[in-house]
Design a protein around this ligand. Structure first.
Ligand code: UFG
Length: 345
């Protein structure tokens, strides 16, 4: 089996953890990233964990000529895992064109080059945001796609459609679209983790930055939702567990054991956890109390969502292994490492 995998966005949060798991399984990884939301030092972390430095090219996927040169230079790529995209929901509402042009043009350029170089399969980094607020919980892969509530979410929906149409036209053979729930945590070594630029949008990095003193106070966006404690419910999945699902998906493509040319899997734990439960878990594992206050709801938040993981568990033979407590502890350890003098980030 040819084990050379292109990972776009491979120095990013989920990308870097996936590169680690791929290399641990003997895959040769080549990363394309434009470092717009990541740091080159992530490669050092990957190398320390796995003993191997992945190949790296600093390329913007929107630059078709650079991408074309890349594919001419690197032959023998068997599959692509496509992470590279902008991902801040709020920013996408403020600047939709930035999101549509970056997330869609990069995908189109990539698919074009894959067509030219006869690379048959892609793993696509999608999101549970495509389900909006589902009528039925937990949400399965057959739940209806809802009108996107942000340009970011829309780029995920449109990207899936672009890939489907490319497959229908026989210009690409296979895609596995992985719809993530809420990835959190860091590698257990604390050598790689999430590196939010500026003020974090997501809950867990905001919590750890508040606890370490970078932010004054966490704002909890609403506590009068129709949930047991009034705060929103999400399915928080450990990033290493999530990364491992990508390795299984790549193997599935390469072994040609997919059931359909376009497959979709929900990647979550199957358990819904509220914002308050995350705060309480953080306080327990870090042994400190968190400064937070309840404020107004954040526009666009769904009330509750968690995954039906039966299909992914059965078909991929994959289950999440790392507990919420250990996951939150890994985020906290990572935050502490980031802020020590020795860190390079
Ligand atoms: N929250 C707060 N305070 C904060 C940040 C978040 O209370 O400072 C709350 C949110 O209101 C929400 C929960 O924490 O109830 C989780 O919020 P996140 O921003 O961490 O995650 P989201 O569920 O909003 O978004 C995530 C990904 C998106 C993806 C979406 C799909 O970041 O990329 O899940 O549901 F589209």
């Amino acid at each position: 089996m040819n084990k050379k995998i292109l990972v776009t966005g491979g120095t990013g949060y989920i990308g870097s953890h996936t590169v680690v798991e791929l290399q641990n399984k003997g895959f040769d990884v080549i990363i394309i990233d434009n470092l717009s939301n990541s740091k080159i030092e992530v490669l050092d972390g990957i190398e320390k964990i796995t003993g191997k430095r992945p190949e790296f090219e600093c390329i913007d996927l929107c630059d078709e000529s650079q991408l074309s040169l890349f594919f001419k230079k690197h032959s023998g790529i068997s599959s692509v895992i496509h992470f590279a995209a902008y991902k801040a929901v709020g920013e996408s509402v403020q600047d939709p064109l930035k999101y549509y042009s970056n997330n869609l043009i990069s995908l189109i350029n990539l698919l074009n080059q894959m067509k030219i170089h006869a690379i048959k399969g892609i793993i696509f980094s999608s999101s549970c945001t495509v389900y909006g607020q589902p009528d039925k919980l937990p949400v399965s892969e057959n739940s209806p796609i809802q009108l996107a509530n942000s340009p970011y979410g829309n780029t995920k929906q449109i990207s899936e459609e672009i890939i489907r149409d490319t497959i229908t036209a026989k210009q690409l053979e296979n895609c596995i679209s992985l719809r993530y729930f809420n990835p959190i945590g860091a590698h257990s070594s604390a050598l790689i983790g999430e590196l939010p630029l500026g003020v974090p949008n997501n809950l867990v990095p905001f919590i750890t930055q508040t606890a370490i003193g970078i932010r004054d106070q966490l704002m909890v966006f609403g506590n009068e939702y129709n949930t047991p404690d009034g705060t929103c419910i999400r399915d928080y999945i450990n990033v290493t567990d999530l990364a491992k699902a990508h390795v299984i998906a790549v193997e599935r493509l390469l072994k040609k054991i997919t059931k359909k040319n376009f497959e979709v899997f929900n990647l979550g734990t199957g358990t819904g956890v509220s914002v308050m439960e995350i705060i309480k878990t953080f306080e327990k594992v870090s042994q400190q109390s968190l400064n937070y206050k309840i404020v107004q709801r954040r526009e666009g938040d769904v009330e509750q969502i968690w995954a039906d993981t039966c299909y992914a568990n059965k078909e991929l033979g994959w289950i999440t292994e790392i507990s919420l407590k250990d996951t939150i502890l890994s985020s906290w350890k990572w935050e502490q490492c980031l802020r020590t003098k020795h860190t390079r980030f």
